[in-house]
Design a protein. Structure first.
Length: 276
């Protein structure tokens, strides 16, 4: 029969959302440049930037809503689910390489410090006080390790049909993620060094700051999964949305362990510790 579906793949219909997303990204980039160079670019760069951000957020919402609708319609066959998993694995791999860049820069600064001021052959630079790795950073490490346990509890409960355990595990993980972000914000507010004063401070804020952003994204990801769990969306056999969130959260956990060891412990070794 003409037009009959005789394969396990899902062919997407034409949609304007990808075009909207690409145009929004262009508007956001143009607005950001205008905002940072008000003397040589058009005025109102900040508003242009926010318009682009709003378009991207709408794209996210619309696109993922369509993916959820496809799952409800039965379009996510085993083959489609497999390819979704491949896509998530490649996305996490690209995120790994993103953080490799920050680690590379941090190790380059530390192993080969310049003889020029303000580094003067030292890392951290002379006069820089570092944070005590075994106070708030260690507490945040334990929090993330616990959150990895709770999200695994939620996943295990889902696989065995325990929806109450799924919700409790997700709530525990979400709360721990929020606590981590609050502690990091407090840590930044009381940090003994500025953002761009030295290579150590720049590397510190860029590496830990981008990780903090990933924690926020992962927390939102888990909140969406919790909402879907209350709606009864996930089943033991079909729950890729939750599985992707769990993979992402474990990735965030592992990256933090490397950051804790490399940036907080090894990076500040031998430097004076801030007493505040």
């Amino acid at each position: 029969m003409a037009g009959a579906k005789n394969h396990d793949y899902h062919i997407l219909p034409p949609d304007i959302v990808p075009f909207l997303g690409s145009m929004s990204a262009l508007v956001m980039a143009f607005g950001a440049v205008s905002w940072m160079h008000p003397d040589s670019m058009p005025a109102h760069g900040g508003w242009i930037f926010l318009m682009g951000v709003a378009g991207i957020l709408y794209t996210f919402y619309s696109w993922w809503s369509k993916v959820i609708a496809e799952a409800h319609a039965g379009d996510h066959t085993p083959v489609v689910q497999l390819h979704l998993r491949y896509g998530m694995i490649l996305f996490i791999a690209s995120e790994v390489m993103f953080f490799v860049g920050w680690f590379w820069a941090f190790f380059d600064f530390s192993l080969f410090p310049s003889a020029l001021a303000p580094i003067e052959g030292l890392f951290p630079s002379k006069g820089v006080e570092v944070m005590n790795a075994f106070e708030l950073p260690l507490l945040n490490t334990l929090i993330l390790l616990c959150s990895g346990t709770t999200v695994t509890w939620a996943h295990h409960s889902l696989i065995h049909g325990d929806r109450d355990g799924l919700k409790k595990g997700l709530w525990a993980t979400i709360i721990l993620g929020i606590i981590f972000s609050c502690i990091q914000a407090y840590e930044y507010a009381h940090a003994p060094f500025d953002f761009g004063g030295t290579p150590y401070s720049s590397g510190f804020y860029m590496a830990t700051g981008f990780h903090g952003f990933h924690v926020l994204v992962g927390t939102i990801f888990l909140i969406v999964c919790q909402i879907r769990a209350y709606k009864g969306d996930f089943t033991p056999r079909q729950h890729f949305g939750f599985e992707a969130a769990a993979w992402y959260w474990h990735f965030v956990d592992v990256v933090w362990l490397f950051l804790f060891v490399a940036v907080y412990v090894w990076g500040g070794w031998g430097a004076p510790v801030h007493a505040g």
